[in-house]
Design a protein around this ligand. Structure first.
Ligand SMILES: [Zn+2]
Ligand SMILES: [Zn+2]
Length: 152
């Protein structure tokens, strides 16, 4: 375990521990540092953004290591990888028991998160009707945000 676990992310490190043990992987100091930094950043972070952030610090891992770390978190089902409007992949923490969907502005690339019980329910209904067992879903709505729509 790292010695500077930030409050609120204990579950994250616990599940990472379990995953590493199960996969017979060891903790690495460098990886932990990358993850810590990732957890401090805003949500929907790309590997490149995380890499740039790390470059401003003492540690300076290669971009490939940053990618590998994020992929490991994805394999551990701790983060979700999303492809939004500008083609770049972004990562966000998958908090257990919490879920949201996204509105994506095609002009300024802003991403707005939303939750809607009714949409959730309807999706489950659709799946049930078709005998489909849902494991997860991802809903992305594309368009122009309230700021950008004025300049169209
Ligand atoms: Zn916009
Ligand atoms: Zn999100």
């Amino acid at each position: 375990m790292v010695d500077t676990v930030k409050v609120g992310h204990e579950w994250f490190w616990e599940r990472l521990d379990q995953y590493l043990a199960k996969s017979q992987l060891k903790h690495s100091k460098q990886r932990n540092f990358i993850i810590e930094e990732f957890l401090q950043m805003k949500t929907h972070v790309s590997a490149e953004e995380l890499y740039s952030q790390l470059k401003t610090m003492d540690h300076n891992p290669g971009l490939a290591t940053v990618y590998r770390t994020l992929n490991l978190l994805k394999d551990a089902a701790l983060v979700d990888q999303k492809q939004f409007s500008d083609g770049k992949s972004v990562f966000e923490v998958m908090e257990p028991g919490s879920h949201h969907d996204h509105l994506i502005c095609l002009t300024c690339h802003k991403v707005i998160e939303f939750e809607n019980e009714e949409i959730e329910r309807l999706q489950e209904q659709v799946a049930k009707k078709l005998g489909f067992k849902l494991t997860k879903h991802s809903l992305e709505l594309f368009g122009h945000c309230s700021d950008c729509v004025k300049t169209l």
